[in-house]
Design a protein around this ligand. Structure first.
Ligand SMILES: Nc1ncnc2c1ncn2[C@@H]1O[C@H](COP(=O)(O)OP(=O)(O)OP(=O)(O)O)[C@@H](O)[C@H]1O
Ligand SMILES: [Mg+2]
Length: 251
């Protein structure tokens, strides 16, 4: 039976790319619920990005199942998957903004899942959508920059636009693939704090990959650690000991 707070479940998830022998993730079974702030840790190549991509349906599983509110992805067509993805705001490492567009226009791109390509090309957004885009820019304290070109912003500001773009679709889930990897430690911490504040205000499910154990310990309510594609730790940060950390990073 589905508990009402359970959102994403992956069961025995395995991804093998192309003709490679070893799996990028293997036998991964995890259930993620509303309100959890999950940090996924692991060495480079451990399978963190692969896991995030399977959770939002960008990477099909070679074996196992993944579902959102009990809807299994493998039974959905492209439109069905798109509908599921609308619930998930993605925050990328390189923020993937369109440099020549304004901050506001970049936030609009977060609404593309809701529009036809025709509307997207013509930039047909309603008054309500403009207000919503401005509201999320206010939340990330970038409203005064709404008409500025994205390539004129600092790295931290760009990442905040990335968060606003994820937020504009009113998601239930925040997924981040190393959202602060290209930022200095102080800015990284402030961005994490912002993500956490939004997470708490909107009672989201947040799942982020991160290389900084310090950030994970500070902000996560749950840590999932991957080693060679397998889950080797899944518990509260308090239980993530130095010994476990050293073993994970093979120090
Ligand atoms: N598109 C792909 N084609 C083939 N192999 C891939 C592909 N993407 C990832 N892999 C392999 O799958 C494994 C897991 O990669 P993944 O990118 O998920 O790791 P990661 O934990 O995100 O690493 P990093 O910390 O460097 O981002 C690695 O061995 C990687 O080489
Ligand atoms: Mg990665």
């Amino acid at each position: 039976m589905l508990c009402k707070d359970e959102l994403i479940t992956i069961t025995d998830g395995t991804v093998t790319y192309g003709r490679t022998e070893s799996a990028a993730i293997e036998g991964v079974s995890l259930t993620f619920s509303r309100g959890e702030f999950v940090c996924v840790l692991g060495k480079t190549g451990a399978g963190k990005s692969t896991l995030i991509r399977t959770l939002n349906g960008l990477e099909p599983l070679s074996k196992g199942t993944v579902s959102y509110q009990n809807q299994s992805y493998d039974r959905l067509d492209d439109e069905g998957l798109r509908r599921i993805r609308r619930n998930m705001g993605m925050i990328f490492q390189q923020h993937q903004l369109i440099p020549r567009l304004s901050v506001l226009q970049n936030v609009y791109t977060g609404l593309f899942g809701y529009h036809s390509t025709f509307q997207n090309v013509l930039g047909l957004f309603s008054k309500e959508e403009k207000l919503k885009a401005q509201e999320v820019l206010e939340q990330v304290e970038l409203l005064p920059f709404q008409n500025q070109r994205a390539d004129q912003l600092s790295g931290g500001q760009k990442q905040r636009v990335g968060i606003a773009r994820a937020l504009v679709q009113s998601p239930y889930v925040f997924l981040g693939d190393e959202p602060v990897a290209s930022l200095d430690p102080g800015t990284a911490d402030r961005i994490f704090l912002l993500i956490k504040q939004i997470h708490e205000e909107q009672k989201l499910l947040t799942i982020v990959n991160v290389h900084s154990v310090k950030l994970a310990l500070r902000y996560a309510t749950r840590i999932v650690a991957l080693k060679d594609g397998r889950v080797v730790f899944d518990d509260v940060p308090e239980k993530f000991t130095e010994e476990i950390e050293n073993d994970l990073y093979e120090r």
